[in-house]
Ligand binder design. Sequence first.
Ligand SMILES: Cc1cc2nc3c(=O)[nH]c(=O)nc-3n(C[C@H](O)[C@H](O)[C@H](O)COP(=O)(O)O)c2cc1C
Length: 289
Amino acid sequence: MEIDPNNISNPELHKLFLGGVAPRPIAFASTIDKDGNVNLSPFSFYNAYGINPTTLIFSPSRRGRDNTTKHTLENVKEVPEVVLNAVNYDMVQQMSLSSTEYPKGVDEFVKSGLTAIDSVKVKPPRVKESPLQFECKVRDIIEISGKAGSGNLVICELLYVHADENIFDENGNIHPDKIDLVGRLGGDYYVRTSGEAKFKVPKPITTLGIGVDSLPEEVRLSKILSGNDLGILGNIESLPNEKEIVDSMKNPLYRSLAKDETARHNYAKKLILENNLHEALKVLMLSSL
Ligand SMILES: Cc1cc2nc3c(=O)[nH]c(=O)nc-3n(C[C@H](O)[C@H](O)[C@H](O)COP(=O)(O)O)c2cc1C
């Protein structure tokens, strides 16, 4: 399917973004207007953009249907401060409720039943139930076009953090099971960071992998090994040498694997799953003898 963004409607484009740029973190933004009215709304066009100064950006878009602006945007123009509260699984329903299009001046803390507590450096209150709260000043607002559906980048500088001590592991890292954040997907879908949806991929920062291009052709063209298998093998730092492969032929199993590509690749896949990568490559290279 080929899509020219100029040939589809704005709602269709929006749907493509929501499903395809995902999962997205959620900023539960509390703001205040010049008269002191509090607002609380979630925004998943949100991320962090480096430290020094620590910069976070979220985007309250113009409404597609009538090109009006969201109260959150109006508030940060009046009082350039915001608390970006993280959203965990325990508060996902209340967060969703707060995204209801209540009239201006309605306090979504009250509507959603969440607790507003004073911030330290900024006027908008923070969400007590949130495990991680970022008090920020708004440095800049970039209005992308002013057209219906367009974004408004609210560029925030972090001033102060409140973190629940229970979200950290023994090494001081925030642990996904403990914080249990939720992320936004397309449609009505969300993802959470505990349970079976999560997995680990170690960062290749201390190793210099040989790369998939250095694997033998038979391995690269395997019908049994997946792209993930190749990525894992490409992360090892050297291939087994010929002597090791010759020696492994003393094993009757390996002598039979040398004659059967399908069995060889299936066996190697099992070894990859067990993280026995050097052995997996030895098996895969039996045919080179
Ligand atoms: C999980 C979630 C993420 C959302 N992300 C955005 C977003 O990134 N930008 C946006 O304009 N609206 C987003 N919305 C919709 C706003 O929260 C909604 O329009 C809200 O009523 C705006 O409130 P306000 O007018 O009080 O600022 C999101 C809603 C939910 C439930």
